[in-house]
Design a protein. Structure first.
Length: 488
């Protein structure tokens, strides 16, 4: 047997599939877990990391991030991947599209995506991949090449973009989306995207289950009308106003439309993103019963689980879909504990203060949408989950195993022989109070400011290399682009 490079000694290994954490050592050889068990022998010359009884989670697969949306992609890759390492995230799946923001350009992905890859190359501290959004008709034709040549197996639709802007009402969607003249980004386009992805699945039957479509489910017409009502009424302000301007039934209706289109087009691999409300979850569960042949996955963000319109620290908590009142937070936890949530993500979108806020710092409708938070995903879910009776095995499934299996990453998501040695060591009894100054992200604020997070990530390993320890990100960027599905 080959001598291991590293032994992580004296940890409590958390694995998917139920069961309590198991006291063991972890042997790593060539960046891969080679053995897990108690009292492993330590050959001469093998590095030892003392785990001191910490919980050892599979490295987090944060399936929803937005590197490059508000800052140059090369900058975000370098800085926001450090925040990933700080939070035990070892794989970032980040959304990318043409149009304003991101690269601020339109055109075919055959030209755009190589620019994306070049901007990120050699700069990430964690492994990474991209979800891509077919924004125009020609992008649908490119799906087979994106799967074959670049290992992109997950795609996205922003259901509200047709007549509502990223931050609110918009009358210049054509300019914003940078799509060809005469084209529309609407329900018909969504249908054709689904048909294109299903065609790619049929052309690649060996990996079909790992080719999927994710949808941001909000309804533009309802949001535009309710934004007008809220602004004219003037009684609400801040995050309460923003939540009311994008009401939960807007989510529920969009979920219903998306689900029927999946049924109509025969596309079974549908991911419903960042469901933020009781009504959205209610619609998602109803659609799962109505269309049992569609393999729906339901995503929730750590922001929607930890913060609400009154506890978040100001307008910096503006995000799409909005943070909701406490009753919706409790509904999300109810569904999560019932097993209805497939995975939990950060929806990390670093937006610095000078870009986030308008001239009136408190005007939620002038602020940009989105905020960071990948560094709080694992410790936040462990801390709050323990209070609510969530098992640590389920935490591992929600933040690592489930997204890895769906999104074409079979080498991620478990601590067992043959898996990448991506490991996060967590102290479940050490809490901290969120201060944005302590974050590796370049974002200067956070809606979580002042929140007590009930556990702490102490050490992060990427393929057996320590990338975070003792409160510091270590070494040079080691992250690799993941051409999916990865092999084991």
């Amino acid at each position: 047997m080959t001598k291991p490079d590293l032994i992580i000694r004296d940890v409590r290994v958390v694995r998917p599939g139920g069961g309590e954490p198991v006291a063991a050592d972890i042997a790593v050889t060539g960046g891969v877990v080679s053995e897990v068990g108690p009292g492993l022998a330590v050959p001469e010359g093998t590095e030892v990391h003392e785990g001191r009884g910490r919980l050892a989670f599979p490295g987090v697969v944060d399936a929803h991030q937005h590197w490059g949306i508000y800052n140059p992609l090369s900058d975000d890759t370098a800085t926001e991947s450090r925040a990933c390492a700080q939070g035990g995230v070892t794989t970032s799946l980040t959304y990318m599209r043409t149009g304003q923001y991101y690269l601020n350009r339109g055109g075919p992905y055959s030209e755009v995506f190589p620019e994306v890859l070049a901007a990120a190359e050699g700069r990430s501290y964690v492994d990474y991949a991209f979800h891509l959004a077919p924004m125009q008709a020609s992008h649908i034709d490119e799906i087979p090449a994106l799967v074959r040549d670049h290992g992109v197996t997950s795609f996205k639709i922003f259901m509200f973009y047709g007549s509502h802007g990223l931050h609110g009402r918009s009358t210049d969607q054509s300019d914003f989306l940078m799509i060809p003249e005469g084209e529309r980004y609407d329900i018909a386009h969504f249908e054709f995207v689904m048909r294109g992805i299903q065609a790619a699945r049929e052309a690649n039957p060996d990996i079909a289950d790992q080719i999927s479509l994710s949808l941001h489910c909000e309804t533009a017409e309802i949001m535009t009308a309710y934004t007008r009502l809220v602004e004219e009424d003037g009684e609400l302000s801040g995050l309460e106003a923003y939540s009311a301007s994008r009401p939960p039934h807007s989510e529920g209706l969009a979920v219903t439309i998306a689900s029927y289109l999946a049924h109509e087009t025969g596309l079974p691999t549908i991911n419903l993103l960042h469901l933020s409300s009781g009504k959205a979850m209610e619609a998602a569960m109803l659609m799962a019963k109505t269309f049992p042949h569609v393999d729906f996955r339901r995503e929730v963000t750590i922001g929607h689980l930890l913060a609400d319109v009154t506890t978040a620290d100001g307008v910096g908590g503006k995000v799409n879909p909005p943070l909701r009142p406490r009753a919706d937070v409790e509904k999300l936890w109810e569904h999560l504990l019932a097993g209805d949530v497939s995975w939990v993500v950060s929806d990390h979108a670093c937006c610095r203060e000078e870009k986030k806020f308008g001239e009136d710092h408190d005007d939620v409708f002038a602020a940009k949408s989105g905020f960071g938070g990948t560094e709080y995903l694992l410790p936040g879910l462990v801390g709050e989950g323990r209070k609510r009776g969530l098992s640590m095995s389920t935490v591992a499934e929600l933040v690592s195993t489930n997204p890895a299996r769906r999104l074409g990453l079979p080498t991620k998501g478990d601590i067992a022989p043959g898996f990448d040695a991506d490991i996060a060591l967590v102290n479940p009894d050490r809490s901290f109070v969120v201060d944005p100054a302590d974050s590796e992200s370049t974002q200067e604020y956070t809606p979580f400011r002042g929140l007590e997070i009930g556990s702490t990530v102490e050490t992060t390993f990427l393929r057996g290399q320590r990338i975070f320890d003792g409160g510091e990100v270590l070494g040079e960027p080691r992250g690799s682009y993941l051409h999916r599905p990865t092999g084991r």
